[in-house]
Design a protein around this ligand. Structure first.
Ligand SMILES: Nc1ncnc2c1ncn2[C@@H]1O[C@H](COP(=O)(O)OP(=O)(O)OP(=O)(O)O)[C@@H](O)[C@H]1O
Length: 296
């Protein structure tokens, strides 16, 4: 179980004055800025849950994944995952988690993905038969057999992302953290990944936390969604009950799945979003985004 209690976190950045003169000045006196990401964040996630984490850019989603995986340490409060504090980075904890940052790769660029899988299996000390079976299972389910022996730099984004998922799951973690795993992928690849993640969750009871800007990602995957705005949860519930709290003057871009692998965009005023979405059908909607504003 994941428990977050009264979590506080802030980033401290040192300002950089422009020009050579400024750089010299900074050597003696540096101005620093503290940015509070969370002041008092609370969340419980039960074992086996699939939780969608949504929110506008800069809300604090990636930071939360970094805190949950022990990459960074809280400034206050508590994170507890099965009795362990992530920032201790104990071996037993690291064996329990898998993480994928959509914008970062853990595959070696010039080597085939299988080389990275082998390395990860060694790091986790997997028994050869256990590794072989799991790799067979993952390569089949994610349909990557044709290209795992090609250098990673020669793979498409979707092919690479499927290999990244294998890296995150090869050691069969109990908790899987995914930060925008379908960013930039076509609809067919997105669907393949959704299906795979659902199966992984149902077969092994893997707890999955996924951040995304795509309503379709969250709708298809998560039983529960939390919406974060400026470091606070403003919604915690089902996707169907998500409130839309907007002014009537705003417009929204609705991205539609055309059914042939391509997408269409239509822009509608806020007061028409609900009726248009109902008419089109939720299953054909990829995302609904506010136009010209950073918000949900
Ligand atoms: N390394 C850093 N140093 C200073 N500030 C940071 C750092 N990383 C993130 N921030 C700030 O912390 C806030 C939360 O960032 P975070 O990346 O968690 O947001 P996010 O919800 O994941 O956004 P996005 O949807 O754009 O990925 C933002 O205001 C960002 O500018």
């Amino acid at each position: 179980m994941i428990e977050i209690q009264h979590l506080k976190f802030n980033y401290i950045t040192f300002n950089k004055t422009s020009g050579l003169k400024g750089s010299l000045k900074d050597l003696f006196k540096r101005q620093q800025t503290t940015f509070n990401v969370y002041r008092d964040l609370n969340l419980n996630v039960q074992d086996g849950e699939m939780l969608g984490l949504m929110g506008p850019n800069g809300a604090g989603k990636t930071t939360l994944i970094k805190l949950l995986t022990g990459v960074i340490e809280p400034a206050g409060g508590k994170i507890d995952i099965d009795g362990t504090t992530p920032s201790t980075k104990s071996n037993s904890f690291l064996k329990q988690i898998g993480v994928l940052f959509g914008q970062k790769s853990q595959l070696s660029w010039d080597l085939p993905a299988t080389d990275t899988f082998d390395l990860i299996a060694k790091i986790y000390n997997l028994a050869p038969s256990e590794y072989r079976n799991r790799l067979n299972e993952l390569t089949t389910m994610l349909n990557v057999t044709d290209f795992v022996n090609r250098p990673v730099r020669k793979l498409s984004l979707g092919q690479r992302m499927r290999c990244e998922l294998i890296c995150a799951l090869i050691h069969s973690p109990k908790y899987l953290f995914l930060d925008e795993p379908t960013l930039g992928l076509d609809i067919t690849t997105q669907h393949a990944i959704y299906t795979f993640l659902k199966e992984e969750n149902q077969r092994y009871g893997t707890t999955i936390i996924i951040t995304s800007h795509s309503l379709q990602d969250i709708e298809r995957l998560a039983d529960r969604v939390v919406v974060m705005v400026k470091g606070n949860f403003v919604y915690d519930g089902t996707t169907t009950a998500l409130p839309v709290n907007v002014s009537e003057h705003q417009s929204f871009a609705i991205q539609l799945d055309r059914g042939d692998g391509a997408a269409n965009n239509i822009v509608v005023p806020a007061n028409e979003v609900a009726s248009r979405v109902a008419k089109i059908g939720f299953e054909h909607i990829i995302s609904v985004t506010r136009v010209g504003e950073d918000g949900i």
